[in-house]
Design a protein around this ligand. Structure first.
Ligand code: G3I
Length: 322
């Protein structure tokens, strides 16, 4: 394949990237590369609650709309990210819950309104929503968040039902990290899905974020884990793939990174239900990694000058589903 779009067509899998809206607006090279390579996009931050409703009742859709419009013009499908999370909540919401001015009844209404408003706005334009993000802790217990504390565990089913009502055609996903290998998290998440299915809650997909690092072993059981979710009837997606490394960059590290990317794609292709692989940024110029992991970086497919790295070439060399 000559680029990722062509690869996507050859492999019958959507290939996407997270999008940083400021770069999309201000950097021609970013825009050009994104639109050339990817047929699926996820807003890196622009659709999160703090972005779309920074003040109570004051909606700021400009950035999210810009992503949707760019996607329309460039024939890209969209993953909506994310309706319910414990991070990047607006300050008015967290402080209101904390000081007691928002009680549980009101909080539930606020959540319902948020999900309904956002999903309705983009009805028919978003292929898949990350309805709930990171709701399980590393030890397999339910994530301690304002949602669990104030609404109880039923908030997850509620969120899916509200989203489905607002756009019955959107695929609704549960999304998480370390789900590639962390057994307690995997088992709990499988149980959540089984319970939701048993209650006939509209859930359609599982998102594996896929934030990997070459200083850790590649999650060798990942394809099996994907298949276990597929066996429950879910679509599978890799939603936020990146492969970080301890700096400085060396040719050896780039080769290992390339192998991790290639294996992630190969694992996805080995599971029929895996239909989308999205990377969390495509150039090292714009990546969340250096800001979050001291001394680490270079996690994406292209360097700071948009030159393809070995990882990019490794993806292009992948042949079809087995
Ligand atoms: O918008 C402000 C800007 O006004 C301010 O000047 C600047 C100074 O720090 O901060 C900007 O906000 C930052 C925001 O990204 C937009 O760039 C926040 O500080 C920063 O915390 C935020 O980080 C994002 C992170 O989620 C927050 O949780 C990353 O960009 C984003 O890549 C990351 O994405 C998450 C997924 O949503 C869920 N899975 C994990 C993944 C990586 O953490």
């Amino acid at each position: 394949a000559k680029d990722l779009r062509q690869l996507s067509q050859q492999l019958h899998i959507k290939i996407g990237s997270a999008v940083d809206i400021a770069s999309l607006r201000d950097e021609p090279m970013y825009r050009k590369t994104l639109n050339r390579e990817f047929n699926h996009v996820t807003a890196e931050n622009a659709m999160k609650w703090e972005s779309v409703e920074p003040e109570r009742g004051v909606y700021t859709w400009d950035d999210a709309d810009a992503l949707v419009e760019n996607a329309r013009r460039n024939h890209q499908q969209i993953r909506g990210h994310t309706l319910l999370w414990h991070n990047q909540l607006p300050a008015w919401l967290t402080s209101g819950v904390e000081d007691g001015s928002i009680d549980a009844t009101e909080l539930r209404e606020i959540l319902r309104d948020h999900i309904t408003t956002q999903v309705r706005r983009y009805k028919g334009k978003i292929r898949a929503w990350d309805v709930v993000n990171e709701v399980v802790e590393e030890d397999g217990s339910m994530r301690q968040s304002i949602w669990l504390t104030h609404l109880g565990p039923g908030y997850i089913a509620d969120a899916f039902r509200w989203a489905h009502k607002a756009d019955p055609h959107a695929k609704l996903f549960i999304n998480d990290y370390n789900l590639e290998w962390n057994a307690p998290k995997i088992e709990t998440t499988l149980n959540i899905v089984k319970d939701l299915k048993a209650e006939r809650v509209p859930i359609h997909g599982i998102g594996f974020q896929g934030h990997l690092g070459i200083q850790y072993d590649y999650p060798g059981d990942w394809a099996n884990v994907m298949q276990r979710f597929a066996d429950l009837g879910l679509e599978v997606a890799v939603t936020e793939l990146d492969v970080r490394m301890v700096l400085p960059v060396t040719p050896e590290k780039l080769a290992t990174q390339a192998d991790y990317y290639r294996r992630a794609l190969t694992d996805c292709l080995s599971v029929r239900a895996c239909r989308e692989l999205t990377v969390w940024g495509f150039t090292d110029l714009h990546s969340w990694v250096p800001g979050w992991f001291d001394g680490e970086g270079a996690a994406t497919l292209m360097d700071e000058n948009y030159a393809p790295k070995p990882a990019y070439k490794a993806l292009l060399s992948v042949k079809g589903r087995k």
